[in-house]
Ligand binder design. Sequence first.
Ligand code: APR
Length: 239
Amino acid sequence: MVPEEVTSLLADARRVVAFTGAGMSAESGLDTYRDATTGLWENVDPQAMASIDAWARDPDPMWAWYLWRARLAAEAQPNAGHRALAPIPIVTQNIDNLHERGGSVEVVHLHGSLFSFRCTICARPFRGVELPESPAERATPPACPLCGNLIRPGVVWFGEMLPTDAWQRAEDLISSCDALLVVGTSGIVQPAATLPLLAPAMIEISPQETNLTRFASYSWRTTAAVGLPQLESFLTTPS
Ligand code: APR
């Protein structure tokens, strides 16, 4: 049952945009980062596996971990929440490709993608990375054919800048929408978590309170795959 506050916020909204986080893919079987006991950061130290300093110190454990996460994401399926959001523009912190595989046409990746690779130094894109069949503690990244330096995952690590073109597009989409759906994010990581504040109206869809709840016009205690399909009649491609 869609709360009346949500239907009234969406009834007159012509341009609806979604801002998503890891909770969007939880019902597709992919771990979030901070959910107690199941979150990635409960079992892995982000500073050891998601920082540019750790990469400089010892890339092999990170290379193995990101390739395995890419394999898990490739084998996951988009859920009903991804499919419900297909008609509207998406700004996501997620590095999986489930929005695209769920039918979304515009997906702005603020933190990069598990499926893009580039040279650590010359930034030349690198194709043809084989995803592993099983997890490993370590794996050696290939060398860049152009300059010989290490190939790295095309994701944003702690301590790195976000891609400027993605940031600019995200700001434009969110500041010019009529309503923003915020789904599956704890609203903890900056600067991404400042973007929803640009929206004229924010509807949060989350099973629990988050750092963004207090800024939301309404916060609906439900999940991505349960709540979003109930909003499909409001989610049409902007004319
Ligand atoms: N539907 C909707 N929301 C859910 C679901 C679900 N089925 N399951 C969990 N959630 C919520 C959790 O309650 C939590 O608020 O999704 C949120 C996930 O929060 P995080 O694990 O912190 O993920 P996220 O906000 O995307 O993290 C942002 O942190 O580590 C960095 O770069 C990484 O992009 C990531 C960023």
